[in-house]
Design a protein around this ligand. Structure first.
Ligand code: SF4
Length: 301
């Protein structure tokens, strides 16, 4: 954390509003202790934090903080008036490289989320050492880096590769990929230390998307979901509303901080179209009683 302390001192931080990725919360007390030993005042935001899209500037101001420290995500360009520092928490541990030999393709596109970039670099060398051709694209801060809503590092090389290898934990990033990538996707789960097969999940969600597009055709009342989190506006809800109302639907733009089923209870709607974090569908699909699709599904055949 030495570099972080230096950065904070350099910008003259005094009172820091800390936001930390949900998966790293167990580290927060340690981090606070180090920051306070170095003379900073801290306040920890205990609301969920899923990405660098969610920068709590308003809340930081309420507590008269001069700096926001965002831990676990990398900057993707959300503009703030308060100084915001992104601290990318890297995970680098031993993995079972032998598992990767199960990938029976020659040209492999390599991708991961920011936390696993050090592992991605070692995987790249390993794959090369066993005769594979490895492709990476740099569209965010690091080569091969994707986020849950930006998989351009994969799309950019799709034509050149036979398959993709995603270094990750859980299903979050894999579910982002399968919707846009047509090549085979191998998923190496760091926690399980092996390749995992998610093809059943992909098939399941493909069917749900297809079905919900049919629901859209027949829907009368539609809820368009938006969030006021600073970096979570995808598509244009107002244009979408106009477009759908031209073909006889009635649309309601519904704004949230965090979108949940409970907040939608009592509204007589046929379908939800999500313009907020595109991972609400499919990741949270089962939490909603109403059928839901992302805004870009409306424009697909
Ligand atoms: S919009 Fe969603 S997927 Fe994108 S960074 Fe935010 S939480 Fe992650």
């Amino acid at each position: 954390m030495k570099d972080l302390i230096e950065k904070l001192k350099k910008i003259g931080a005094k009172r820091i509003f800390i936001q930390i990725a949900d998966g790293l919360k167990q580290e927060i007390l340690k981090i606070v202790n180090i920051l306070e030993k170095n003379g900073f005042e801290t306040i920890v935001c205990m609301e969920n934090n899923y990405g660098a899209c969610d920068v709590r500037e308003y809340e930081a101001r309420l507590f008269k903080c001069d700096t926001i420290l965002h831990i676990g995500h990398s900057d993707f360009g959300v503009k703030t008036k308060i100084k915001t520092i992104y601290y990318e928490f890297f995970i680098n541990k031993d993995i079972n490289f032998k598992e990767l030999e199960k990938i029976n393709y020659k040209k492999i596109g390599l991708i991961s989320s920011v936390n696993f970039i050090p592992i991605l670099k070692r995987v790249k060398e390993y794959l090369k050492s066993i005769g594979k051709k490895v492709f990476l694209a740099k569209t965010l801060r690091y080569e091969g880096q994707i986020t849950g809503c930006n998989i351009s590092a994969a799309s950019m090389i799709e034509k050149k590769v036979d398959c993709f290898l995603l270094i990750t934990s859980g299903k979050f990033y894999a579910l982002a990929l399968f919707q846009k990538i047509k090549k085979p996707i191998f998923v190496f789960d760091i926690d399980k230390n092996r390749l995992v097969n998610l093809s059943k999940d992909f098939e399941k969600y493909e069917k749900i998307i297809a079905w919900n597009k049919v629901v859209l055709k027949n829907a009368t009342n539609i809820g368009i979901l938006v969030s006021w989190k600073k970096g979570q506006m995808f598509g244009n809800p107002f244009k979408l509303k106009k477009l759908l109302e031209k073909v006889g639907k009635k649309c309601y733009i519904l704004a949230f901080d965090e979108i949940s089923e409970e907040k939608l209870e009592g509204l007589k709607l046929d379908l939800l179209i999500n313009c907020a974090c595109p991972r609400i569908f499919p990741d949270d699909y089962e939490k909603f009683k109403l059928p839901i699709i992302n805004y870009y599904h409306v424009f697909e055949n």
